[in-house]
Design a protein around this ligand. Sequence first.
Ligand code: PMP
Ligand code: GLN
Length: 383
Amino acid sequence: LLDDAGRMAPTIFAEMSALAQRTGSINLGQGFPDEDGPAEVLDAAVAAIRAGVNQYPPGRGMATLLEAVARHQKRFYGVELDPETEVLVTAGATEAIAATLLALVDAGDEVVTLEPFYDSYGAIIGLARGRHVTVPLRGPDFRVDHDELRAAVSDRTRVILINDPHNPTGAVLDDATKRLIVELAAKHDAIIVSDEVYEHLVFDGLEHSPISTLPGARERSVTISSGGKTFSTTGWKVGWLSAPATLVSQILAVKQFLTYVNAAPFQPAIAAGLDLPDSYFQGAAATLQAKRDQLSEGLRAAGFTVSHPSGSYFVVADAAPLGYDDAVDLCRRLPSLAGVVGVPISAFCHPALAAEYSSLVRFAFCKKADVLARASEQLAALS
Ligand code: PMP
Ligand code: GLN
């Protein structure tokens, strides 16, 4: 994370998006959709601005959004939340993760995450002066080895931070693994922080189920999500978390000094999104599943070995069959070789696993069908 001068280096996403822009390449690096989300959501933001919803909203978030989050959790997962005390609006999931870890983790506390891990996890654990302990996701389907999970969690563990569905692998945690996480968290008195930003982007008929719904989990869980992925509004940075009231208060105490409050007019707009009928959510997942299949087919035809992601925006492609063992080097050259940008999986890993996963590249498929078709054609030049 640190450059040679000990400063925080630019994130891999900033670097790869800049590379795509500089070279005019197709950006399958940073995960953001290239089409707008539902008109109801966009129109609600415009209407809110025009209606004068433009000053500081309450620190916990606007009641319209807090209540919509509670309704959404009830509708999809049967979870009853008190919107006044058990929900907190944040500047994207990114701030939810940061405020939660900074509130809960003291210097020297251990935080257990899966590995590969989303880049902000490592950065914030570092800012909190915590110790980052990881559990590798093992290929080809990126599963958690239960013995490795048991070995990682101890009385030193303050937080078990999971991401389900998982970026960058697209894996969805199975029930037995989630049950073991709850059991270990209870045994060692740890808090479970669950980043579920891809909760609605799951495929093949699977249904997402928050870990907080398992017996014994609710009282020790912080569940994080975001409107960015579900409504194709990543630039709005509206996220939220739900947790027991005492935890929400602790996290709010930090959040108030990170961003104080969040952008007002986008809050009723995301609330309108959360209240959309089930058909919207099913349609979004089905559309994305078709994109997954399209890009996976293109990558396979180009000679990569391709993972089968059950959720998220991302597919993992192994470049080893094409003769490329170093995905970092390949990703730097991919713009000139094929006019495409991807992200090496090693950017989400500590050095040991980075070496093991050195030939893997993450490609985002949340792009228009014609863009994916062009990318596939261009990648065929690699073989
Ligand atoms: N967690 C994961 C796993 C993500 O993939 C992302 C965004 N790509 C975030 C958190 C950040 O979400 P937001 O943009 O809402 O801050
Ligand atoms: N979450 C997106 C990704 O994984 C982008 C996030 C970012 O740019 N920080 O690509």
